[in-house]
Design a protein around this ligand. Structure first.
Ligand SMILES: CC(C)(COP(=O)(O)OP(=O)(O)OC[C@H]1O[C@@H](n2cnc3c(N)ncnc32)[C@H](O)[C@@H]1OP(=O)(O)O)[C@@H](O)C(=O)NCCC(=O)NCCS
Length: 237
């Protein structure tokens, strides 16, 4: 069967340059610089498919962002985001104010650091570090499952499509080893609910009135999406 379009997700490699992997196909390639990527991807696609089955459209999924490993200059951003510019915490699990939990979570993150599948930083094409995508394990109906999350701490970077593109690119990577991905939020987080909907997530659990945030009671929500549904969701950013 001929497919029309093939999508690559791009990440910055640890040793400089960029890594590109095709969503749903075992095509992987690298480039030293971003501008050479389109030509390199075209060649990789040509080699992979028979001539009459070569897709005519090649898309690079994170066209306005890059997902990359953490680097030293990010530390200053994290200091800012955990000390002075903390508005994002009002949205990301605002009921989690236990310092011990926070320290434990940071320790787990440190252990996972530099693991391609655990946490990646979001950078704009202009080179600004604007947030991160990450995953974590949790129990869902007696099974250990993988949840994905993301944060864009500065409000001026939100609502421009970065979050959707970053999460879709990250999920495409995780689906190389997962069959189902989950995400969790609360009923007061409208942007995250919208994002989950756009990415094709379906609600799989709602615990009513579980979260109290600034005096109001909200539902705790869990969403899931299968690899097949993700790969065939034509609304993916
Ligand atoms: C959630 C978050 C990561 C989304 O990132 P983003 O870059 O703003 O996401 P996008 O721009 O790709 O998409 C956001 C969508 O929500 C919509 N949205 C924003 N505010 C909204 C509101 N109050 N009500 C309904 N929809 C809203 C946007 O219009 C957009 O949808 P559209 O593409 O149909 O226009 C970002 O808002 C954030 O970091 N918030 C603070 C931390 C947080 O909540 N993290 C998630 C924890 S579960």
């Amino acid at each position: 069967m001929k497919i029309n379009e093939i999508i690559f997700t791009i990440t910055e490699s640890l040793d400089g340059g960029y890594e590109a992997s095709a969503v749903g196909h075992s095509i992987y390639t690298q480039s030293e610089n971003y501008n050479d990527l389109p030509a390199i991807l075209r060649d990789a696609v040509k080699c992979h498919f028979d001539e009459d089955k070569t897709p005519s459209i090649i898309r690079m999924r994170n066209s306005n962002i890059i997902l990359r490993y953490i680097k030293e200059s990010d530390i200053a951003d994290y200091v800012k985001w955990t000390t002075t510019e903390t508005e994002w915490m009002d949205w990301d699990a605002p009921w989690e104010d236990d310092e011990d939990d926070f320290v434990e979570m940071q320790k787990q993150n440190l252990e996972k650091e530099q693991n391609f599948y655990s946490k990646l930083e979001i950078e704009t094409i202009e080179g600004e570090h604007i947030g991160w995508v990450s995953n974590y394990d949790f129990d869902f109906e007696g099974e250990k499952v993988t949840g994905v999350g993301l944060d864009i701490p500065a409000p001026e970077h939100r609502g421009r499509g970065y979050g959707g593109v970053a999460l879709a690119a990250y999920m495409a990577h995780l689906f190389a080893k997962e069959d189902v991905l989950f995400t969790q939020t609360w009923s007061g987080n409208a942007p995250m609910l919208r994002l989950a909907e756009k990415l094709g997530f379906a609600e799989v659990r709602r615990i009513k009135n579980l979260r109290q945030v600034r005096g109001e009671i909200y539902d705790a929500l869990t969403f899931a999406i299968s690899k097949t549904d993700f790969l065939t969701n034509t609304r993916n950013p």
